[in-house]
Design a protein around this ligand. Structure first.
Ligand code: CP
Ligand code: NVA
Length: 302
């Protein structure tokens, strides 16, 4: 059996700027009329989780129902995958039962291997390296707040992780200026090596430099899934990168606060910002569903 060329969404680089813009437009349409599309009628989508999830699971399950489809949520530890069945064989079997599969796993290579052998669309629900579905919702939130994306400046402050990388990749496609402030050792340049996957994103050390002139100040957890063993050190190193009202005040006067969630108030973000007047964090969480529905329509054209 050979590799196939099904339409996948693994890093976001699969999209052109035009397709991304159309997806976001469609996401807003679907937000205003959530039951208006039956694009997934008759389709079954598998959602495979090797790591915990609240938003991703909920938003995909609910969104698939709204599109007229059905989902099957699979826990990796309940699959034969956990007993040594290969990713290739899992991909071949999934391809004969369902019409698309979303995967949340640690190693990005596992996702790529699955996509290599699947004859159905595979989409990334988070790996240690990328979280492109999150970036779609981030951009949708910026677009609904500011009306258009090109020329906006977004400052991501904190750990140079999967969320930061996907924001950089999809932000570049959308014409958004992304600036990422991280301490030494936590920058995407430190993690990715000489050729960081961050495109045109600017990588800096000073949070105030990053937020100057920014329309959005974005942060994520300091201890991502898989980083638990270095949690104490991370909390010490990242403490100067907390998003608080002072830092938000150093951004543009109209700046909003974003967080992909789950949040740890008092760590990467203060309670005042998380629930304050400038946050769009809860809209951003809702927008996961609308953006992903547009993505599913794109991956499974009728
Ligand atoms: N932001 C996000 O992906 O949340 P979950 O881990 O709860 O899915
Ligand atoms: N960076 C976080 C995102 C959680 C949605 C993690 O990988 O755990």
């Amino acid at each position: 059996m050979t590799e196939t060329d099904a339409r996948h969404f693994l890093t976001g680089r699969e999209l052109t700027s035009e397709v991304l813009s159309a997806l976001l437009e469609r996401g807003l349409e679907l937000k205003s009329a959530p039951r208006s599309s039956s694009a997934l009628e008759g389709a079954i989508v598998a959602l495979l989780f090797e790591r915990p999830s609240t938003r991703t699971r909920l938003s995909f399950e609910a969104g698939i129902v709204e599109l007229g489809g059905s989902s099957v949520t699979l826990r990796a530890e309940e699959l034969q995958l956990s007993r040594g069945e290969s990713v290739r064989d899992t991909a071949l079997v999934l391809s004969r039962q369902v019409q698309a599969v979303g995967v949340r796993t640690g190693e990005h290579d596992v996702l790529e291997e699955l996509a290599r052998w699947a004859s159905i669309p595979v989409f990334n629900m988070l790996t240690a390296l990328h979280h492109p579905c999150q970036a779609l919702a981030d951009l949708l939130t910026l677009r609904e707040t500011f009306g258009s994306l090109p020329g906006l400046r977004v400052a991501y402050v904190g750990d140079g992780n999967n969320v930061a990388r996907s924001l950089a990749i999809l932000g570049e496609l959308a014409g958004v200026e992304v600036v990422i402030a991280s301490p030494p050792g936590y920058s995407l340049a430190d993690i990715d090596g000489p050729a960081p996957e961050t495109g045109t994103a600017e990588l800096v050390a000073d949070p105030r430099e990053a937020v100057a002139g920014a329309q959005a100040v974005y942060t994520d957890v300091w201890v991502s899934m898989g980083d638990e063993q270095t949690a104490a050190q991370r909390r010490r190193d990242l403490a100067p990168y907390r998003v608080d009202e002072d830092l938000l005040a150093a951004a543009s006067a109209d700046a909003i606060a974003l967080h992909c969630l789950p949040a740890h108030p008092g760590e990467e973000i203060t309670t005042e910002v998380l629930y304050g007047p400038r946050q769009r964090i809860w809209d951003q969480a809702e927008n996961r569903r609308h953006a992903q529905k547009a993505l599913l329509e794109h991956l499974l054209p009728s």
